[in-house]
Design a protein around this ligand. Structure first.
Ligand SMILES: NC(=O)c1ccc[n+]([C@@H]2O[C@H](COP(=O)([O-])OP(=O)(O)OC[C@H]3O[C@@H](n4cnc5c(N)ncnc54)[C@H](OP(=O)(O)O)[C@@H]3O)[C@@H](O)[C@H]2O)c1
Length: 272
């Protein structure tokens, strides 16, 4: 039997069913639903993650981003521009009365304008940092403030990049904001350890080079703004890009068994 969950002040999610009564134990309510908040579900890796999760009935997803491209009963969307920090500040995580686990996946990302420093606008720089780093810090803070006293597993997965560790010309805002994301994650992991909050795990994971619109956009730049453009064109031409579906599967496998991973920051390439 499934029933509609009770949410406080959060009508948008009222379609999600969260309580299952097992056939074996008819008087025992087993709560199996995992709640996911995922940014950037309109396309690419975020959409692949959401679609894979939606293959199972025991999850409920709130997607967050400027565009909604998923229409499923277990899926709700909150329209938000993460480059606008006032919008992010106004967001409130809902009270969820019953859940087996609550997960925040900060996937939204942008390379921003691929251009050398000295040739970007202040607005372009601010937008990239807001989407890739500042909004994530605000979301994690709100997530922990809302749920950290709950006695259930809480997971935070930040989608980082190899660019966090390697300077790439034309990508200064992207590299710096992803490096900041890794350090944000490591620092929060340290805080969780000191506070003995063993039920919370945070990861910052580089997904590898994935065949998404972001890679399309990178290939649209020019050699004056990005000296390695031909190498990225070659990645595509020689089929070296990972599929979003496979990448989503690897990322979700980490959330399935977080105890297997002692590090906070790593790459899906380390899993192979
Ligand atoms: N593809 C790669 O090779 C690669 C490599 C390393 C890391 N990554 C990381 O992987 C993550 C997903 O990237 P992707 O490759 O799947 O890129 P993508 O296909 O371009 O998708 C980016 C997602 O981010 C969302 N987003 C962008 N700007 C936003 C904003 N202002 N507000 C809210 N959401 C915004 C977009 O949603 P809306 O447009 O609907 O808002 C979209 O769903 C990113 O964090 C990226 O940095 C990707």
């Amino acid at each position: 039997m499934t029933s509609v969950p009770r949410f406080a002040n959060y009508d948008q999610l009222s379609r999600c069913a969260i309580v299952e009564m097992t056939e074996q134990c008819p008087y025992f309510l087993m709560i199996t639903t995992k709640y996911y908040f995922i940014t950037g579900t309109s396309r690419g890796i975020g959409k692949a993650i959401a679609e894979q999760l939606l293959e199972s009935e025991d999850c409920c997803i709130t997607g967050i981003g400027r565009t909604c491209t998923i229409t499923r009963s277990q899926y709700s969307h909150i329209t938000m521009d993460l480059s606008d920090i006032s919008e992010v500040n106004d967001f409130r995580f809902p009270e969820i009365e019953e859940a087996s686990e609550i997960i925040l996946i900060n996937n939204s990302g942008t390379t921003g304008a691929v251009r050398y420093s000295g040739r970007s606008s202040s607005e372009e720089i601010a937008q990239a940092f807001n989407v890739n780093l500042l909004s994530v810090a605000v979301m994690i803070n709100a997530f922990l403030a809302t749920y950290s006293n709950r006695n259930i597993p809480l997971r935070i997965l930040n989608i980082s990049s190899g660019a966090a560790k390697n300077p790439i010309d034309g990508w200064s805002s992207y590299c710096a904001s992803k490096a900041g994301l890794d350090m944000l994650s490591r620092t929060i992991a340290e805080e969780l350890k000191i506070s003995k909050m063993d039920h919370v795990r945070i990861f910052s994971i580089a997904p590898g080079i994935v065949d998404t619109a972001m890679q399309d956009e990178i290939r649209q730049s020019n050699v004056r703004d990005f000296s390695r453009i031909q190498q990225f064109v070659e990645y595509k031409n020689t089929d070296q890009l990972a599929s979003p579906v496979l990448t989503a599967r690897l990322l979700l496998s980490i959330l399935e068994s977080p105890e297997k991973y002692t590090e906070t920051v790593f790459s899906v390439r380390d899993l192979k």
